[in-house]
Design a protein around this ligand. Structure first.
Ligand code: M6R
Length: 359
């Protein structure tokens, strides 16, 4: 039930610190070892490439996961939309391993890929919030997201749970390969930082509500920009805003603006700029100046490390690789308050269903 909340979405946003603690407790043993099926590790260790297949928000969680697997487990990763990949399957690597990300475990676009993967007798894992879902039953292995039922159509806690569970698997795989970087990645500490960091952001609701009114009232377009990990995050931030506020929003690689999209910037165009990515930070600052010079109304969301005077939302400390777990939360809240201000049905946006069971 919604309890004291007006909407499931806000309740689910607020549950995220607990979801992080639950994932930590269930997947990390007291001695620091990880609770991941040995058969799964033995099999995924053989893979020369991981193929992450998903849709919507889960696809965006896959884009964040790619980085984590490549850095911590030293394996190349392709992230694919089920609706594209199934019908235009590229030439696969010699030893592919498929990971299906799906909150519901029922998404038809992802399932049709799994059917083909099974026909080819290739190994697969489904990461899902619903243990006995179709994708879970039909894949070789399952890892649960442990986010608890997600009712609002706009996915929030499943996204952050997916990133956390991808990090669990990446670390387990890296350790199985005896990689130093995996052993040194202190996931227990990171998930604790994630829980506390999300809490800090959700405690700033009033401030974020005001910023939303300030930046988005009567606006019909908005941009999220960032580089690296923040680019992946921008895609999810923009999807949240479009799907429940119906404001046209785009997530953009900050460096791509000047290759076309900057033509859309006018006086007062809202631009939400993320500065959490260490390598990209100074270049993104440059892009912020470029859009400001053309009149954009820029709100900067920066990690403590890269924050500057005037930045309006600060992301508490966390490893960059999993930073979207915290940095998505302001965007979830911005979408929520924008939707609310427009009088939309926050939990059941027009034209959308919670699980999409048609291709
Ligand atoms: O259940 P799934 O994770 O497979 O669903 C995939 C998408 O349909 C889903 O993430 C959708 O994009 C959400 N409404 C986004 O908030």
């Amino acid at each position: 039930s919604k309890g004291t909340y007006d909407h499931y979405m806000l309740k689910e946003i607020d549950e995220q610190p607990n979801v992080m603690r639950k994932i930590s407790k269930n997947y990390i043993n007291d001695d620091g070892s990880l609770n991941v099926e040995q058969d799964l590790l033995d099999e995924i260790k053989q893979a020369d490439r991981l193929y992450i297949v998903a849709a919507g928000t889960s696809y965006h969680a896959g884009l964040v996961g790619r980085n984590i697997f490549e850095k911590i487990a030293d394996v190349p990763v392709d992230v694919e939309l089920g609706s594209e990949f199934g019908y235009h399957m590229p030439k696969l690597s010699k030893k592919p391993f498929f990971i299906f990300l799906s909150q519901s475990g029922e998404t038809a676009d992802s399932r049709q890929v799994l059917v083909k993967v099974n026909e080819m007798k290739l190994p697969s894992l489904t990461m899902t919030n619903v243990a006995n879902s179709t994708l879970s039953r039909e894949a070789t292995y399952t890892m649960e997201l442990l986010a608890g039922p997600e009712i609002a159509v706009a996915s929030t806690k499943a996204y952050t749970a997916q990133i956390a569970v991808e990090a669990v698997l990446a670390k387990a795989l890296g350790e199985a390969k005896d990689l130093q970087i995996a052993k040194e990645f202190n996931l227990k500490e990171q998930l604790a930082l994630a829980a506390n960091g999300i809490q800090t952001i959700v405690d700033e609701k009033d401030k974020i509500k005001k910023l939303t009114a300030d930046y988005l009232t009567n606006k019909s377009d908005a941009f999220y920009i960032g580089r690296g990990v923040d680019y992946a995050l921008s895609l999810e931030a923009a999807l949240k805003l479009k799907e429940i506020s119906y404001i046209h929003a785009e997530g953009f690689a900050a460096g791509e603006l000047k290759h076309g999209t900057i033509a859309l910037i006018e006086k007062d165009t809202p631009v939400f700029a993320y500065v959490n990515d260490g390598i990209g930070a100074s270049h993104t600052r440059g892009n912020i100046q470029e859009v400001e010079a053309r009149g954009a109304h820029v709100l900067v969301i920066a990690s403590q490390k890269y924050a500057e005077a005037g930045d309006q939302i600060i992301i508490p400390e966390i490893d960059e690789l999993i930073s979207p777990i915290i940095s998505i939360v302001p965007a979830q809240l911005i979408a929520y308050y924008a939707s609310l201000a427009r009088g939309n049905d926050v939990d059941k946006p027009r034209n959308l269903a919670k699980s999409v069971t048609v291709e």
